[in-house]
Design a protein around this ligand. Structure first.
Ligand code: PLP
Length: 403
């Protein structure tokens, strides 16, 4: 018998939600169903996907398949939501949701700082398709209020945001956005539902790059939109069916497996990140550390209120950025210089303000000033993995010794 998702705890949902014993084989774990097609009775399906969702559980895998359905119900259970739709990547989920909700002439308000792909998609592609796009500092509600317009349909924020780890106060932001008749999307990739459940705080949609903490092993791309069933039914039809960014059965299965250990991995990431952040903060060559789990984070009080776990991402500044950066290849044995996050392996990445401003953020003077106040000219971002924290500190110590 399937579990009652309302009667068990979060860790149990991470292991069991969406899967029950297979009636044919008795298997207790999910099978991978790779078939692209599912047989139906005469008259129930036709040449178009239109109407098949009510007639048969699955018809053609682009429109839905058993592994996607399992993953979607597990993600919905973990976020306390009615439904979820999974996509081939995180950016497919974000772009799909925006394309479905926005029409030419609508206004989108997006965070001044976000994942590069989201920043570039909104400032570039959406504008060329007739959507009006402005940026606001999502940590400052006055700045958000000043940027809202009568035609604002959507507001998009990340918390913690990539790459600088600023936080948005979800419930206060949701109140403000709703009072203007718009809807709020929260990208919770850095937090995961272990740390924060944005829908319970008033957000309308949660998006995730499943590629990161949720999949957790760096071997499967994926994305999800999680929210109310009526909106997600339209999203499934318009975007999953018509734009075709569906997630493969194998990746769904890998990500389901990742989810089973998400609660214990997040605890381990946060524990190790706290150790590394504390080490960096005490290091004489490190000039600034941003980690939501340290009291030195400017929004520590909000982090304590909104995040059950500080997660595993750290940003830090060093005395001589160039020198430190050029010694990384030689000195690091454990950290890889790579752009992703949320893996078992620890990663380090550089963020240079001038480069990001030119290629990605395209901020006006006021928002660039705010960004520089927080991030300076350049910093390094760490994604802490599951290695021994003493080894991680020793690796960074060796790299810092060039300074
Ligand atoms: C916060 C955030 N959202 C979305 C994405 C996009 O995810 P994907 O690479 O799976 O398309 C990323 C990727 O780094 C991210 O960091």
């Amino acid at each position: 018998m399937p579990i009652d998702v309302n009667a068990v705890g979060f860790d149990t949902l991470a292991v069991h939600a969406g899967v029950s014993v297979d009636p044919t084989t008795g298997a207790i774990g999910p099978h991978i169903a790779t078939s692209t097609n599912f047989a139906a009775d005469y008259g129930t399906i036709g040449f178009s996907a239109e109407g098949t969702e009510d007639a048969v559980p699955f018809a053609y895998a682009r429109e839905g398949h058993p592994n996607a359905a399992q993953l979607e119900s597990r993600l919905a259970a973990l976020e306390g939501a009615e439904d979820a739709v999974v996509f081939s990547t995180g950016i497919a989920a974000i772009s799909g949701l925006m394309l479905q909700l926005l029409h030419p002439g609508d206004h989108l308000l997006v965070s001044d700082i976000s994942y590069a792909g989201t920043a570039e998609f909104t400032r570039g592609f959406l504008r060329t398709h007739g959507i009006e796009v402005d940026v606001a500092d999502m940590t400052d509600l006055d700045d958000v209020a000043a940027a809202l317009r009568p035609n604002t349909r959507l507001v998009h924020a990340e918390t913690p945001c990539n790459p600088v780890l600023k936080l948005a106060d979800i419930s206060r932001l949701a109140d403000l956005v709703h009072s203007h008749g718009a809807r709020l999307i929260i990208d919770s990739t850095f937090a995961t539902p272990v740390a924060t459940r944005p829908l319970e705080m008033g957000a309308d949609f949660v998006v995730h790059s499943l590629t990161k903490y949720i999949g957790g092993h760096g071997d499967a791309l994926g994305g999800a939109v999680i929210g109310p069933a009526d909106s997600l039914a339209l999203l499934r039809r318009d975007v999953a069916v018509h734009l075709g960014g569906s997630l493969s059965a194998f990746n769904c299965w890998l990500i389901m497996r990742g989810l089973e250990t998400l609660p214990i991995r997040m605890a381990a990431y946060a524990d190790r990140a706290h150790r590394v952040a504390t080490f960096l903060e005490a290091h004489p060559r490190v000039t600034r550390v941003r980690y939501p789990g340290l009291p030195s984070h400017p929004q520590y009080e909000l982090a304590q209120r909104q995040m059950r776990s500080a997660s595993g991402m750290i940003a830090f500044h060093v005395e001589d950025h160039e020198r430190f950066g050029s010694g990384l290849k030689e000195n690091l044995r454990i950290f890889s210089f790579a752009a992703s996050l949320g893996l078992s392996r620890s990663l380090i990445l550089e963020a240079r303000t001038a480069d990001l401003q030119r290629t990605t953020f395209q901020l006006d003077d006021e928002h660039l000033r705010r960004y520089r106040d927080w991030a300076g000219d350049a910093f390094f971002r760490l994604s802490i993995g599951l290695e021994d924290p003493d080894d991680l500190c020793a690796d960074l110590d060796r790299a810092l010794s060039v300074l």
